[in-house]
Design a protein around this ligand. Structure first.
Ligand SMILES: [Zn+2]
Length: 206
């Protein structure tokens, strides 16, 4: 396959990008100078070489900060390990960290569930969440799971799905399961919520 078609095919696999947009990206790159393309491809190579995924929260972070497979947040003993915040995406993690409104641990699901999703375990890390909760509850550290989903249809649907998975564990280990108080106006993705709203939603969790 020629490089133009091959790159169009790659961009088409991006979330929300169709073949027409993919084509625009490729012609945009062709119009840029060679240095831009070089930086771009180097950044992509560095993603693979320098970034890794945390074995505990599943977020992506720089390998140089790794401690026994854990990211700096999961390895930080000063954080409150009795609380686990379950979020959809890496960007949600970044925002909440920036807002400095959470001192507990994190778990990143890796997405949310569309209504009537046939293979939920392929779409989100629900199995991984189950084992993470079980592990942390068994040794007595975990007390509360906070489900922080977006106020969207997919977010609601994800909440409902997790509600079929977590209650048996919650009962067995006496864990509290809470969800964000709905200060978020409906339709809002967590990543677009402002610090005050987010803080309220966390404080008013139930
Ligand atoms: Zn981590």
């Amino acid at each position: 396959m020629d490089p133009i078609s091959s790159l169009i095919e790659s961009f088409s696999k991006f979330p929300g990008i169709g073949p027409r947009q993919a084509k625009r990206f490729v012609y945009f790159l062709l119009a840029k100078d060679p240095a831009f393309r070089e930086d771009f491809s180097l950044a992509m190579i560095r993603l693979g070489e320098e970034i890794t995924q945390c074995v505990s929260c599943f977020r992506y972070f720089q390998k140089i900060h790794e401690k026994n497979g854990n990211c700096p947040i999961c390895a930080d003993a000063s954080r409150d390990a009795s609380k686990l915040l379950v979020i959809e995406k890496d960007v949600d993690f970044e925002n909440i960290q920036k807002m400095r409104i959470w001192d507990g641990m994190y778990f990143i699901l890796g997405g949310s569930l569309p209504v009537l999703e046939k293979e939920p375990t392929k779409k989100i890390r629900s199995k991984e969440l189950f084992y993470a909760v079980q592990e942390r509850a068994k040794n007595g550290t975990l007390k509360e799971i906070v489900l922080a989903m977006s106020a969207t249809t997919e977010g609601e649907n994800t909440l409902q799905y997790l509600d079929t998975i977590l209650p048996p564990l919650a009962e067995k280990y006496e864990l509290k399961i809470t969800a964000l108080g709905r200060g978020l106006s409906s339709g809002t993705e967590l990543e677009y919520s402002d610090p005050d709203t987010m803080k309220n939603a966390l404080t008013n969790r139930r």
